[in-house]
Structures are given as C-alpha cells and as structure tokens.
Write a protein that binds this ligand. Structure first.
Ligand code: FES
Length: 63
C-alpha cells in the first residue's frame, strides 16, 4: 500500500527508512530521494514513523 501516492512511497519502504534515519517525514522522504508534493500524506507518514521508532529496541542516534 502506498503511503505517499505522489512519490510512490510504500508503507514498508517508509517504515524501513524510519528505522534507519532520524528526523521528520520530510527528512525521511529526502533520505529516499523524494520530497513531498501535495503534502496530504505527511500526517499519516509522521504517525507511521513514530510508530516504527517506538518499536525500536534503542532510539535512533541523531545523524
Ligand atoms: S501523497 Fe505524498 S506528497 Fe502527495
């Protein structure tokens, strides 16, 4: 399922990136080589990122 239709970012890709990279949704998108277009996905993306990081055994270190 796509979280960001504009950039064709799948939920699984976003979750994986959230586990590897610090920062907000826009920062994580940038790590995927994307940037928000319409912005409709950002609230859901922030929720997925927070959910994924909350499940990490250790917090991400700031890059
Ligand atoms: S759906 Fe993500 S920027 Fe439009």
């Amino acid at each position: 399922m796509y979280t960001c239709v504009c950039n064709a970012i799948r939920e699984c890709e976003l979750r994986q990136a959230a586990r590897q990279h610090d920062g907000c949704a826009e920062t994580v998108y940038a790590k995927l080589g994307k940037r928000p277009n319409c912005g409709h996905c950002l609230d859901e993306a922030e929720e997925l990122i927070a959910e994924e990081r909350a499940a990490l055994p250790q917090p991400l270190e700031a890059a």
